[in-house]
Write a protein that binds this ligand. Structure first.
Ligand code: GLN
Length: 487
């Protein structure tokens, strides 16, 4: 029965529709996988066993009475523990929110539930989504299912590992600088970061508001299209969500890429990229070419400023967003004789080292005297970076390259060197600085048999071409069918 946990959304949906399996059986199969493997992997912070089974039985009863089966009816989904879930603890992997139980759902969660999904649990992450390895969690590290001595990537590492090892059917992550795409690449699953404004951010704890975007992590491209259909669209509760019609993304599947122009940025293949990643991605490019795409070399000249620009803007916004955790309004409060000491105690006990580092850096670049030199310069660089991409899109339909310079690194390898960790984000950050949609899809294995991701970047609001390209590639390969061996 635990084989049922291996199903994709679209496969499970067929079986539920035809009555071959019940929702309770599917939910139980996923819970069995969690029992069997999560003690080793650490994908979850919270497992909603009773609520999930209870909802599964309720849905089975409704189906028996003739209720229609929607695209996500009875599908166990595991959101990253940064999405507010009514009545279910939402921690952001931070001591400051360790016992925080929200009174309302994020819009993404409401939309998934309306479509029939079951919340099976909340997955592990880097504290407040700050990190690239899921080692900055106040609970535990998540392990990469392909090699338990390695990181799953971050910050949505719990989600990517859970999808890869079949501890859920699908998941939702958040991507501020790569946190959907990079763990998806390291765990060999599909991660989709939509255009900024395509999906509501309401009820998802803010890290850097001008960069954050919510999206699916799934077993294949079809599932990503199904999930995006559900969560995309204007939300009156998020003024930055855009009022544009939401196409049916599943119509982009199976359309092929004959004649599509794919740009390959020279800067994405420089010496900082490991040889195994480079050769694997180059093979994927040849495959895209064989499918009828035209490969065109392009240049994104401001790529060298991307890491510095992001690591000024993101901490600046984070320092403002995290000011609300003051011991008064949310979460942890350390008792103290006076107000100032209470703030200090709460923050120093509540926030981990990386979060404190970001708050300090963010406050510094926003302080008078440094604001012009750092923050304003970074905003100008951001415009130049975005302009590089928009100019490239005058000649190409899609930009392609690796997701990360290396495959998954060893647990603990970079924890003492934050700058080295920041540099590993070089290939994902520009997409967020430019508000573009992008995907990571499995494209093979590098040294030590570790997964490599192919990154596809699209024009603003052109998730359709992204999904079309990703699907054409995926269907011509076997990578998405290979799962880690975990016994
Ligand atoms: N690794 C990047 C950071 O630490 C991106 C994180 C994210 O996308 N949430 O900020």
């Amino acid at each position: 029965m635990s084989e049922l946990a291996r199903l994709t959304i679209h496969e499970a949906n067929q079986k539920i529709k035809s009555g071959t399996i019940s929702v309770t059986e599917l939910t139980q199969a996923v819970l069995n996988k969690i029992d069997q493997l999560d003690p080793r992997l650490g994908c979850y912070i919270t497992v909603c066993r009773e609520q999930a089974l209870c909802r599964a039985r309720e849905i089975d009863n409704q189906i028996a009475k003739g209720s229609p089966v929607k695209t996500l009816t009875g599908i166990p989904i595991a959101p990253k523990d940064i999405y507010l879930t009514r009545g279910i603890r939402t921690t952001c992997a931070s001591n400051i929110l360790r016992d925080f139980v929200p009174t309302y759902n994020a819009t993404v969660i409401d939309r998934l539930l309306e479509q029939g999904a079951i919340l099976i649990g909340k997955t592990n992450l880097d504290e407040f989504a700050m990190g690239s390895s899921t080692e900055n969690s106040c609970f535990h590290c998540t392990k990469n299912p392909w090699d338990l001595s390695r990181v799953p990537g971050g910050s949505s590492g719990g989600s990517a590992a859970a999808v890869s090892a079949h501890l859920c059917i699908a998941s939702t992550g958040t991507d501020t600088g790569g946190s959907i795409r990079q763990p998806a690449a390291h765990c060999s699953v599909v991660g989709l970061k939509p255009t900024y404004g395509r999906v509501s951010r309401y009820g998802t704890v803010a890290y850097a508001s001008s960069l954050d975007q919510m999206g699916p992590i799934t077993k294949d491209v079809e599932d990503a299209a199904i999930m995006l259909n559900t969560i995309a669209g204007k939300d009156s509760k998020d003024s930055t969500s855009i009022d544009r019609p939401v196409p049916d993304y599943t119509l982009s599947l199976g359309r092929g890429i004959q004649g599509l122009k794919i740009g390959i940025p020279r800067e994405f293949f420089d010496s900082a990229i490991n040889a195994d990643v480079r050769t694997t991605v180059e093979t994927a490019m040849r495959q895209l070419e064989a499918l009828g795409a035209k490969i065109i070399e392009i240049t994104l000249p401001h790529t060298k400023y991307v890491v510095a620009t992001y690591y000024i803007i993101a901490p600046a916004e984070a320092s403002a967003n995290l000011a609300r955790y003051d011991g008064v309004r949310f979460g942890l409060r350390k008792k103290s004789a006076d107000l100032h000491d209470m703030y200090t105690q709460t923050k120093s006990h509540g926030f981990g080292a990386e979060v404190q580092r970001r708050i300090l850096a963010g406050t510094y670049v926003l302080s008078s005297g440094y604001y012009d030199a750092y923050y304003i310069s970074a905003q100008k660089a951001r415009t130049l970076i975005r302009n590089d991409y928009l100019a490239a899109f005058d000649t190409v339909d899609i930009i392609a390259g690796p997701v990360a310079p290396t495959t998954a690194f060893k647990l603990g390898e970079m924890t003492n060197d934050p700058l080295k960790m920041y540099l590993s984000d070089i290939l994902t950050l520009a997409v967020n600085l430019s508000g573009l949609p992008a995907m990571s899809i499995p494209c093979g294995f590098g040294d030590h048999n570790l997964p490599v991701g192919l990154q596809l970047i699209g024009k603003p609001f052109d998730e359709e071409t992204l999904i079309r390209t990703a699907h054409a590639y995926e269907q011509s390969t076997e990578w998405h069918r290979i799962s880690p061996e975990l016994g």
